[in-house]
Write a protein that binds this ligand. Structure first.
Ligand code: IMP
Ligand code: MG
Length: 181
């Protein structure tokens, strides 16, 4: 799998060191409030599991499953919620966790939808944020790493459902993206 990468951006130790920092920041910000983490599946699964174990506060976990990529390395403009019922967020302090902020469509749609369910507050935490103009403006309150506008895989991020189990994050070789599409 690693041979399919053009280059590695962040190895496992670097990712975990950064998670220590973000977790400390989150733990400090929410020290007096009960936190509800809402993880966006499947991309944030690995990130969520490493991050939440670094937050020594009482917290709740819920997951949301959305489809926004359909196995293609392009940016979609539709976000489909795969479950009918939303998590119960009324009056809660919500922290949405996602793998990557790319066009912003996914997080904007999720944020809008959760806002209708009347939480007390909403913040957004992403592992990666691409440096680019976004189709929809979404601000992440916590960002692991800023990256260039390249297609990356690993540590939960996939290309056509593969590479999620790579322990590092790297740029996928371009010929693999065009070949399989
Ligand atoms: P957005 O709606 O364009 O911000 O895209 C969000 C979703 O697209 C993410 O949650 C990822 O699942 C997927 N995505 C965007 N960029 C990448 C990438 O570079 N690698 C893998 N998945 C990506
Ligand atoms: Mg995703």
């Amino acid at each position: 799998m690693q041979a399919d990468l053009e280059r590695i951006l962040f190895d496992e130790a670097t990712i975990l060191r950064r998670l220590d920092e973000i977790a400390a920041q989150i733990s400090n910000d929410y020290r007096d409030r009960e936190l509800t983490v809402i993880a966006v599946l499947n991309g944030s699964l690995v990130f969520m599991s490493d991050l939440m174990r670094r937050i020594p506060l009482p917290l709740r976990l819920d997951c949301l499953s959305v489809a926004s990529y359909h196995g293609r390395a392009e940016t979609p403009d539709e976000v489909i919620f795969k479950q009918v019922a939303l998590p119960d967020v009324v009056d809660r302090h919500i922290l949405i966790l996602d793998d990557i902020l790319d066009s912003g469509h996914t997080l904007a749609a999720i944020r809008e939808k959760l806002e209708t369910a009347k939480p007390r507050s909403i913040r957004v935490c992403v592992l990666l944020q691409k440096k680019k103009e976004r189709a929809r403006s979404v601000d992440a309150d916590y960002v692991g790493f800023e990256i260039e506008d390249e297609f990356v895989v690993g540590y939960g991020l996939d290309f056509m459902e593969r590479y999620r189990n790579l322990p590092c994050i790297g740029v996928l070789r371009k010929e693999l993206i065009t070949q399989t599409n």
